[in-house]
Write a protein that binds this ligand. Structure first.
Ligand SMILES: NC(=O)c1ccc[n+]([C@@H]2O[C@H](COP(=O)([O-])OP(=O)(O)OC[C@H]3O[C@@H](n4cnc5c(N)ncnc54)[C@H](O)[C@@H]3O)[C@@H](O)[C@H]2O)c1
Length: 366
């Protein structure tokens, strides 16, 4: 079994530790953990019974460690991924792969040169919600998929988060923070993107935080806080993407909805592994809930990593691979570029959708 070193014992780490030591325990040995904050790493090691506490630099030197799970803040993704790849380790990284497309591209090239696996979040598209919707669409339930919407509009995390500054800095904003879930869903439905265009607002504006801990703190937005974009896919389909931290309230809206020649389908929240699937047939006002099948429900974070570990051992393909995360990163980067340069941006990376998961296999088997 492969040995894993986990870098970052922050908010998201507990679900990874829970699942890697639980539902995926036959797939990986969680060998060591690291965090810059001593109390965090001690607490994680104790709670999840992890045998070794190390620094990231010690992990790089440790021959026992085969794979690095990078769940640090986005600004640290690039250099940690790069150092791990250069040390000959396989890497799985939380989203985004890096905060700039050019850096992500460099990482993928480096992983190819070093012959190591590189994968990345999100893996919610491997949950029963998106997997089943894709199956329905691929089977022709809504005819030919022509268009879709992906919507995440909110007041922004500064109304509740104790330390919200980073959400308004490079590598975040609504697009880079939440966009990976939505864009990953869209490419899983429509396939490879061809070009994008977008208009945004909010960059350079002063924002006044309203969370209890930072009430009244002023902060200048380094990124757009409202982005309205369009993605054209090679298939000819077109999707509208709306990502905002500037909406105080709104009437019910779908997170993702896909429109085809004979009907429409509402996909569950792409930040979740399951949720209600609704099918709407043409010329009919009603909508019908549809059953979902598969193994990954609830919070199954780590399934992307588990499948990558299986791929390392068996040579089989894995879905949350670096070509998908890079394509998604390029689309997001291009949307921002379009906002800033006022023009269409061509997408240069290629992308092939992974096979759907086999619903008959047990959890952790691929
Ligand atoms: N919090 C969530 O709900 C959530 C959900 C999905 C994805 N994510 C993603 O997960 C990643 C981490 O998010 P988080 O909320 O856990 O952040 P966090 O700030 O709570 O934790 C990150 C941890 O990484 C540690 N760290 C940074 N550099 C390090 C280094 N060189 N060596 C060792 N430790 C280091 C920090 O000390 C910190 O404890 C982000 O990419 C985020 O987008 C978070």
């Amino acid at each position: 079994m492969l040995n894993l070193g986990v870098v970052g014992c922050g908010n998201i780490s507990s679900i990874y530790f829970t699942n890697l030591k639980g539902m995926f325990k036959n797939r990986v040995n969680v060998y060591a953990c690291a965090d810059l904050v001593e109390e965090k790493v001690q607490a994680a090691a104790k709670e999840f019974n992890i045998p070794h506490i190390m620094t990231f630099e010690e992990m790089l030197e440790c021959d026992e460690i085969d794979v690095i799970l990078n769940i640090t803040e986005p600004v640290n993704h690039y250099w940690i991924n790069k150092a791990a790849i250069l040390a000959g380790k396989h890497v799985y990284c939380e989203k985004p792969l890096s905060i700039e497309f050019s850096l992500g591209k460099e990482l993928v090239q480096l992983a190819e040169e070093k012959g190591v696996y590189l994968g990345g979040a999100p893996d919610t598209f491997m949950g029963v919600g998106i997997q089943t919707c894709r199956k329905y669409i691929d089977e022709g339930l809504i005819g030919t998929p022509l268009s879709g919407v992906a919507i995440m509009i909110s007041r922004g995390p500064d109304c509740w988060h104790p330390n919200p500054g980073f959400f308004f800095e490079k590598g975040a904003g609504p697009l880079f923070d939440m966009g990976p879930y939505y864009v990953t869903t869209l490419v899983n439905i429509f396939g490879e993107a061809e070009s994008v265009c977008a208009i945004g607002r909010g960059i350079g504006e002063e924002r006044t935080f309203t969370s209890k801990a930072q009430y009244g703190t002023k902060h200048i937005n380094e990124v757009e806080t409202h982005i309205s974009g369009t993605i054209k896919f090679k298939s000819g389909a077109v999707a509208t993407i709306l990502m905002s931290f500037d909406v105080q309230n709104h009437s019910p809206l779908p997170e993702v909805e896909i429109y085809g020649t004979t009907g429409s389908i509402k996909i569950p929240d792409p930040n979740c592994f399951d949720g209600e699937i609704k099918y709407m047939i043409a010329k009919n006002d009603g909508c019908q809930p549809m059953p979902a099948e598969g193994k990954y429900r609830g919070n199954s974070r780590g399934v992307g990593l588990a499948q990558m570990l299986n791929a390392i051992e068996t040579g089989k393909p894995y879905a949350a691979n670096c070509y998908q995360t890079l394509h998604v990163l390029e689309i997001m980067d291009a949307l921002l570029k379009s906002c800033r340069e006022g023009r269409f941006i061509e997408i240069t990376t290629s992308y092939n959708r992974a096979e759907l998961l086999d619903v008959d296999l047990p959890v952790g088997e691929f």
